[in-house]
Design a protein. Structure first.
Lengths: 250, 222
């Protein structure tokens, strides 16, 4: 009995399956985000203290959640590469890193746009902000290390070592920056303290953006697989040309 | 054990006889610390307030500068492959090399800090605490740095890449080093707590970093 991850190890099968799934995921993401934006801008009430700026939250929260989910995907994929040598693990990790970095940046930017009217400053060296900024640096390090070597398989494995070191160090960073005073409010989760008129759009927006992440991730993985095939075909072409050339010379 | 000591002795001898690496790191440390007051203005009150931060950050940068050489020379002349195939575990070889880096770079930089502190109008009473936190924190800098040095061994633009990879890992060390000095400056008793956490970070790095660094080296050997 093969598990799903084992069956997906064949890139061709992955391409078939992801081609079938991708349009549905992408359409779901578009519809849910559009519906969430409709609720946010036309239905949800402004906050009694924050006014209209509360609407930034509907983008900020999903971005922050996807920033962390992105790193989990990268770390789990890298672990799968190092331990199980799963053929698609490197593709998945390489594809997820820039998307996760983009959502981390989105969380930082939306947060600082919200911070200016609410806290009176774009940036504070607060525990939450600083640890998310460091998460962004870790993403940059992973992307830079992955692209620094011509040997792709070696680059993937070395990046795996860094990603796992990052998993070990992230809680320490989180803990160490807690020594600064915290201005960022603690998470309320999706608890009942948030009124349903705001909770529902937030929930829909979170699901929509998660689907968007998955769609982008699948597409990026497909692109990476195709890129590798093109590279392999080019190499084969060069070898054939070389053989013909040496045969002609004799 | 004798192989471990022999490797440590070899690296220390190389560091002493070459000399240039330590001289460059100390010179860099001095120049960075001298540049910052020129950029910030010569307000002595401001300088004495931010002196611990300047000294710590300049120390991190100076140590970072010497990291790429940690495995590079051995990679070039092939002795790294001898170490990888030797009976001594590669993890222990990494420990010996990082320890040699700490003794030959970390300790001299920490000992140079009080002199530079004088230029920044640092309170003299803080000097023992400054040296103590730096001696406690620099092992983490050498050992975490060995991960970065191992990962970027074959990378293009390795020197820039290593800064991007390693500096985020130094953040806990920096935070607890500065917070210990902050407590010492205010005369509060939080110094011991921060100092002990700083030691804990160093001990954890000594234990864990060689495993990651050796894994990265092995991947590049095969």
């Amino acid at each position: 009995m093969q598990t799903l991850t084992q069956r997906l190890a064949n890139p061709t099968r992955f391409m078939e399956l992801s081609r079938a799934v991708l349009p549905w995921v992408a359409a779901g993401a578009c519809l849910l985000i559009a519906y969430a934006m409709y609720l946010v801008f036309l239905v949800a009430p402004p906050d009694y203290q924050q006014g209209e700026t509360v609407k930034i939250m509907y983008i900020h929260l999903p971005s922050a959640w996807l920033a962390m989910m992105g790193y989990s995907i990268v770390a789990v994929s890298r672990f799968g590469l190092l331990v199980f040598r799963h053929p698609l693990a490197d593709v998945s990790a390489k594809a997820a890193a820039p998307i996760g970095a983009a959502f981390t940046l989105a969380a930082l930017i939306t947060g600082s746009l919200w911070g200016k009217p609410m806290w009176g400053t774009y940036w504070v060296w607060d525990a939450r902000l600083t640890s998310v900024l460091i998460l962004f640096f870790l993403y940059l390090g992973l992307i830079a290390l992955r692209s620094s070597l011509d040997d792709e398989s070696l680059a993937g494995k070395l990046t795996a070592v860094l990603a796992l070191v990052g998993v070990a160090i992230l809680p320490i960073i989180k803990f160490s920056v807690d020594w600064w005073n915290t201005l960022h409010q603690p998470s309320t989760g999706f608890t009942s303290t948030v009124d349903p008129s705001m909770r529902t759009p937030l929930l829909i927006s979170a699901v929509g953006f998660t689907l968007l992440f998955i769609a982008l991730h699948l597409k990026a993985m497909q692109t990476e697989i195709v890129r590798r095939r093109v590279k392999a075909m080019r190499m084969a072409q060069v070898e054939r040309d070389e053989q013909r050339f040496s045969a002609g010379a004799e | 054990m004798s192989a471990f000591l022999a490797l440590l002795k070899r690296d220390l001898t190389l560091a002493v006889r070459e000399g240039a690496a330590l001289g460059t790191a100390l010179g860099f440390y001095l120049v960075v610390v001298a540049m910052l007051p020129l950029g910030l203005g010569p307000d002595l009150k401001l300088l004495s307030r931010i002196a611990p931060g300047i000294l710590w950050i300049a120390l991190l940068l100076a140590a970072l500068l010497s990291l790429p050489r940690l495995f590079e020379a051995d990679q070039e002349d092939g002795s790294l492959e001898v170490m990888a195939t030797a009976p001594l575990a590669l993890e222990l070889a990494v420990v010996a090399k990082a320890l040699a880096h700490w003794i030959s770079t970390g300790i001299p930089l920490a000992l140079a800090a009080p002199v530079l502190g004088l230029m920044l109008n640092l309170d003299i009473a803080l000097t023992p605490a400054l040296v103590a936190t730096m001696l406690a924190g620099t092992p983490a800098i050498s050992f975490l740095g060995s991960i970065g040095a191992a990962l970027t061994l074959k990378a293009r633009r390795g020197g820039l890449l290593i800064a991007l990879l390693v500096l985020p890992l130094y953040i806990p060390t920096l935070i607890f080093g500065i917070s210990a000095l902050g407590f010492a400056g205010l005369g509060q008793d939080g110094f011991t707590a921060s100092f002990l956490i700083l030691l804990a970070i160093s001990v954890a790095s000594v234990a864990a970093a060689p495993v990651a660094a050796a894994a990265a080296l092995r991947l590049q050997m095969s």
